[in-house]
Design a protein around this ligand. Structure first.
Ligand SMILES: Cc1cc2nc3c(=O)[nH]c(=O)nc-3n(C[C@H](O)[C@H](O)[C@H](O)COP(=O)(O)OP(=O)(O)OC[C@H]3O[C@@H](n4cnc5c(N)ncnc54)[C@H](O)[C@@H]3O)c2cc1C
Length: 567
């Protein structure tokens, strides 16, 4: 089987905030180059940027500053972020929000005096989250997609990237191998530069928030191509995922943080509050604390019929709840719950991966010609991501990637002959005996939730690694009992499971290597945070060996601040 081949100067994998910003910036910087956006779903309709509810962090207000946003990001990240990347995030977010409004046509909510309205988000010392009601992502994605459609930018929709193909001499990237999901044919797109922007996404956990098209393909491909991933143990859980049974994809979706912020209570299966016993801030403690307390209650067996906990808002007055949280009340009603006057079952849900491909401030990686941006990249957030810094990250670094790819291709870019394709690895499920992929997925979800989730220890992590090896072997031996390739979703499930187990192993190995607790990573056997002055981040490659690399405090050291008035 020989893939069809196409050429493009710049190839962008993924059409979220990172991918689309990269396409627009590259087109502006070098209009003579051909640009192709290849995406697993439909452009503008898939990925997590579209799901952004809360908003976009940016220091715009008179008394706010990029230094303050930077310090919040570094302290929130427990001193693990790469400080140059974090600085780039906070400074360029200001430019990107102006571009979103003034060039790309976004309308964000405004104050009566015409300035942008900025709301409070947890972990921030200033109200700096720009938003469009609680549907900010739809506004951003609709405007970005319109702008891409209006330009000479090619689209390969429903094309799933399966391999980053190096050049025959191994010195650079040659292009990307895809499956055209509509026909099931292989397609090789040769490119002078490639951007990896497939958006990570911790969908290997039993409860998760990201869109179903995110199955960590990008991170798995990066590992196979010899790139290193950092901070992989840092997986953020959101405390209040809806728990509505196994029959609905609504399970795991987020009930917004404002419910706890405005005074909502979390109750155990016994219908009593438990948070005050864990933290003086009770339900208003940070996401990691609340998720951990909830997980402990669940482990004690103090649970609801579906194995979770309750959120209760009725004491605030049902009318007020209906008025302030209309969308959430409707979402709960769709699943048979009365948020305003009754109890709703909730569970912590895997939300975001802080870890990803190691990269430089210009979005280059160690493989010449390959760039990375957005949730596939690691280092911007360290041990925790502030709500509102996710979409800032994808748009800021997407734009940087577009600019630097255009410049790079003009200077160095060449079409390189590809190394040999190994299609047999994707063909296995057509010849292996038919098996139950759903059962394998459920075991993966259980392993990751129980042993590599909110509370970890060495024994559980080692057990998880053994279980992941067994699951991998089973996936390899499991067939899909079909020969048709067009829109064969079982085939894609099989490919997704392979990516998810590879990245799950990286998470478990990094979690085993980090022998302290900080941010999103909590070890029951190492509950203390080690000295911040000697902070080191985990770095893992395809062989699974983890190296601890010291954080370079290039702008500020633990105990210091960039804020003048506090110095
Ligand atoms: C429910 C929810 C609410 C959120 N709310 C906020 C918020 O309020 N504020 C905030 O800052 N952040 C929020 N986030 C996080 C934010 O959405 C992400 O950080 C950010 O949007 C990621 O952008 P991205 O471009 O990297 O990835 P995405 O927008 O997820 O795009 C990834 C793209 O890659 C494509 N893709 C995946 N695999 C392949 C493949 N193999 N081949 C080709 N294409 C592929 C996908 O189809 C998609 O188009 C939220 C996330 C969720 C899930």
């Amino acid at each position: 089987m020989v893939p069809q081949t196409r050429d493009t100067d710049l190839l962008i994998l993924g059409a979220g905030g990172a991918g689309l910003f990269a396409a627009l910036h590259a087109h502006k910087a070098a209009p003579e180059l051909s640009i192709t956006v290849a995406v697993k779903g439909l452009l503008g309709k898939c990925g997590c940027t579209r799901m952004v509810q809360g908003g976009y962090n940016v220091a715009l207000a008179k008394d706010d500053s990029v230094e303050r946003h930077f310090m919040d990001t570094i302290e929130g990240g427990k001193w693990l972020p790469d400080q140059e990347l974090a600085w780039q995030l906070v400074t360029l977010a200001v430019e990107r929000v102006r571009e979103l409004e003034n060039e790309l046509g976004c309308f964000f909510d405004r104050n009566p005096d015409g300035t942008l309205h900025q709301k409070a988000f947890a972990g921030q010392s200033f109200d700096r989250t720009v938003h469009k009601g609680d549907l900010t992502g739809i506004e951003i994605m609709n405007r970005l997609a319109e702008q891409v459609w209006a330009r000479r930018i090619h689209r390969l929709e429903e094309h799933r990237a399966v391999e980053l193909v190096k050049s025959a001499d191994g010195a650079s990237i040659s292009g990307v191998l895809f499956i055209d999901m509509r026909t099931g044919d292989y397609v090789f797109v040769r490119a002078r530069a490639v951007l990896l922007a497939t958006g990570g996404g911790p969908t290997m956990y039993r409860y998760h928030t990201p869109s179903g098209d995110k199955t960590c393909d990008g991170l798995a491909m990066a590992l196979r191509a010899g790139l290193r991933l950092r901070d992989m143990e840092m997986v953020q859980f959101h405390p209040t995922g809806l728990l509505a049974g196994t029959h609905t994809r609504m399970t795991g979706t987020v009930l917004e943080e404002g419910l706890r912020g405005s005074g909502g209570y979390l109750l155990g299966g016994n219908k009593e509050r438990f948070m005050p016993a864990y933290d003086p801030k009770a339900e208003r403690a940070t996401r990691d604390f609340v998720s951990r307390a909830m997980f402990s209650e669940i482990r004690k067996g103090n649970t609801t019929p579906h194995g979770g906990l309750y959120i209760s808002m009725a004491h605030l007055g049902p009318e007020r709840v209906r008025k302030e949280f209309k969308g959430m009340v409707e979402r709960c009603a769709d699943c048979g719950f009365d948020l305003a006057g009754g109890l709703v079952e909730v569970v912590p849900t895997a939300h975001y991966m802080m870890g990803g491909v190691e990269f430089a401030a210009d979005c280059t990686t160690t493989l010449p010609g390959l760039f990375v941006a957005g949730e596939d990249s690691g280092g911007v957030h360290g041990a925790n991501r502030l709500g509102g810094n996710g979409v800032a990250n994808s748009t800021v670094f997407g734009a940087v990637a577009g600019d630097s790819m255009a410049a790079w291709v003009r200077k160095h870019g060449r079409f390189a002959p590809p190394a040999e394709f190994r299609l047999d690895q994707y063909e296995r499920p057509f010849s292996a005996p038919r098996g139950d992929l759903e059962a394998i997925r459920e075991r993966l979800h259980d392993t990751m939730w129980e042993r590599v989730g909110i509370i970890r220890d060495a024994t559980g992590l080692m057990q998880a690694l053994r279980e992941l090896d067994a699951l991998d072997a089973e996936i390899d031996a499991t067939g899909i009992g079909a020969t048709s390739r067009a829109f064969n979703l079982s085939w894609h499930d099989w490919l997704s499971l392979r990516s998810l187990t590879a990245v799950s192993r990286a998470i478990a190995q990094a979690a085993l290597a980090r022998q302290d607790s900080r941010g999103a990573h909590y070890r029951d056997d190492f509950p203390q945070t080690s000295a911040l002055e000697t902070s080191a981040y985990t770095s893992i490659g395809a062989d699974g060996a983890v190296t601890m690399k010291p954080v370079a405090f290039t702008r500020v050291r633990p105990g210091q601040t960039l804020l003048k008035h506090a110095a």
